[in-house]
Design a protein around this ligand. Structure first.
Ligand SMILES: [Ca+2]
Length: 238
């Protein structure tokens, strides 16, 4: 997340790495485990190898009619995309998949699903990784991958198998008091006059932030809308 200060304008952002895999090592669980061997944690252990009997993959029970796998990130994130590493022994099983994001534990009452993406009835090819992108501003701390079982498979069951799940996300914290949020950043539109760009930057940095650098049309639109709504006399935008 970024924090910005403008002003007479300054804005800042608290920066965190963008595009990081935030699922690795997180707590994971699944609806059932085949042979008690192919446990949920093996989809977030950092081994993206897809050789099922050699690498680390999950596998739900063959009799599980509602197979699903869930990872808890431990805190709220903006979820950008999810990558599923499909095992070489997938046998056409990675299909009819629903990927959802929740702010609260989906196994508890009241949890609200935010749709991220689906994989339809055409199976993902064995031994490849597939990436799906969530709608903008999809946020939560739980990601659930569930499968609709439509028929018994030639290989005796239509289970959910995952060799690894990468979640591209950014921590989403509340903005400090006085800041305004726009997507993953927090902005402070300060009224304080400053003598120079350097003074402005030091003021930002003392708050763990920095002067705004407008790097997208949406960010520009946000700042413009705030300025247009107020009576600030914008003298400087770095
Ligand atoms: Ca793995």
């Amino acid at each position: 997340m970024k924090l910005f200060w403008v002003t007479l304008l300054i804005i800042v952002a608290v920066g965190t790495a963008y595009g990081a895999n935030v699922a690795q090592g997180a707590n994971a669980r699944q609806s059932s485990t085949w042979k008690k061997m192919y446990t949920a944690d093996q989809a977030v252990d950092g081994n993206t190898g897809k050789v099922f009997f050699q690498d680390t993959c999950t596998h739900t029970n063959c009799k599980d009619k509602n197979p699903h796998w869930t990872v808890c990130l431990g805190e709220k994130h903006t979820i950008n995309s999810v990558t599923i590493h499909n095992p070489d022994k997938a046998h056409g099983r990675l299909k009819n998949i629903k990927i959802e994001v929740f702010e609260t534990d989906p196994s508890k009452p009241g949890a609200v699903a935010q749709p991220c993406a689906t994989i339809g009835s055409t199976p993902v090819a064995a031994g490849i990784a597939v990436t799906v992108t969530c709608p903008i501003n999809t946020r939560g701390q739980y990601i659930r991958i569930s499968k609709t079982v439509t028929s018994w498979h030639n290989y005796k069951c239509d289970a959910l198998l995952l060799c690894e799940v990468d979640v591209d996300g950014t921590p989403y914290a509340d903005c400090p008091k006085g800041f305004q949020r726009n997507q993953d950043s927090c902005y402070l539109f300060a009224d304080d006059s400053v003598e120079s760009w350097f003074e402005a930057r030091i003021a930002c940095q003392t708050m763990g932030a920095d002067l705004v650098v407008i790097d997208s049309q949406s960010e520009n639109d946000f700042i413009r809308s705030v300025l247009d709504a107020g009576d600030q006399n914008c003298k400087y935008i770095p």
